[in-house]
Design a protein around this ligand. Structure first.
Ligand SMILES: *[C@@H]1O[C@H](CO)[C@@H](O)[C@H](O)[C@H]1NC(C)=O
Length: 294
């Protein structure tokens, strides 16, 4: 259930490009879930139970499954290309050189730790092998090999990408039968966890940080199938389920507020909100503009 979306387009490019073509980075460090995982479950070969470790995953670009949840590339691959950096190695690929980037993202990752879901009675349905805090620890373990004892003078020229986080935090309770109203009640805690993690990264030396919001989950085929309705009023003009999209909009609104608070505390940091929601809505509205020939 964690593997629900296939994204092909590097839409963060647009907002990053606004800083001009002169912007350069020495590295990209990414944290996230299946939207941006570049193979953390496949570093020793993909396990046979992993659907996304089998063709047709990987077939249009790499010619083989890499552990990415797409047939092509993920967003951070396009960003690495854009900045002339090598594709980010998954952080679990020991022996890799992480000086120009590392990708801590892992399929199924949630923002919240396991205990949060356990307290909701959802412990059994969580396949949670790398929540955000754990990913930050993975990054800290790599830091000595990346920047030795002078990390602030290295990471201040790196691009950090945090997320999106949240998709799996909402999948778990919703598919576990919790109401949207109840799930909306968790959003502030999830946003706090994200913004606290961002502050931790700032403490480690991050300066340029992109924090994407969640996608319009009411447009996902999975949601449209599970929560089909005979009432046309439940759908918006794009055929997406309004109530689930309103959860995403609520998350993104609180995220932007939370980021504004962090930004005001750290004026030297450049926090950039990544508007995945609008970009994916455009993809739903006009797939042809994004190269979808179907
Ligand atoms: C950050 O980067 C620049 C080089 O681009 C350097 O001169 C500066 O002192 C760095 N360190 C910190 C901690 O800001």
């Amino acid at each position: 259930m964690a593997v629900s979306v296939v994204l092909l387009v590097g839409f963060v490019l647009l907002s990053v490009a606004e800083y001009g073509s002169s912007q350069t980075y020495n590295a990209i460090y990414n944290f996230g879930d299946s939207i941006t995982d570049t193979g953390n479950l496949c570093t020793g070969g993909c396990p046979s139970w992993l659907t996304t470790g089998q063709l047709p995953y990987g077939d249009t670009y790499f010619g083989r499954p890499t552990g990415r949840c797409t047939n092509g590339r993920v967003i951070v691959d396009f960003l690495a290309d854009h900045f002339g950096l090598p594709l980010l190695p998954p952080s679990k690929a020991s022996g890799s050189d992480f000086k120009n980037g590392a990708n801590m993202a892992i399929i199924g990752a949630t923002t919240m730790d396991f205990g949060f879901f356990q307290s909701l009675g959802l412990g059994n349905s969580i396949w949670n092998n790398g929540p955000f805090d754990t990913q930050i620890q993975w990054f800290q373990q790599l830091m000595p090999s990346i920047c030795g004892s002078d990390c602030k003078n290295y990471l201040n020229n790196s691009l950090f990408i945090v997320g999106e986080f949240g998709g799996n935090d909402y999948n778990a309770p919703l598919f576990g039968g919790k109401s949207i109203t109840e799930v909306k009640g968790y959003v502030p805690q999830i946003i706090d966890k994200i913004t606290n993690g961002v502050e931790t990264l700032i403490g480690l030396g991050a300066v340029d940080i992109v924090v994407p919001g969640v996608l319009p989950i009411g447009c996902f085929p999975l949601y449209l199938t599970l929560y089909q309705s005979s009432n046309q009023d439940d759908y918006d003009e794009n055929g997406c389920l309004k109530s689930f999209n309103s959860l995403s909009v609520y998350h993104n609104g609180l995220l932007k507020q939370g980021l504004a608070v962090v930004q005001s505390k750290y004026p030297a940091v450049r926090l950039m909100y990544g508007d995945f929601y609008s970009q994916v809505t455009q993809m739903v509205q006009s797939p042809g503009s994004f190269g979808n020939l179907l």
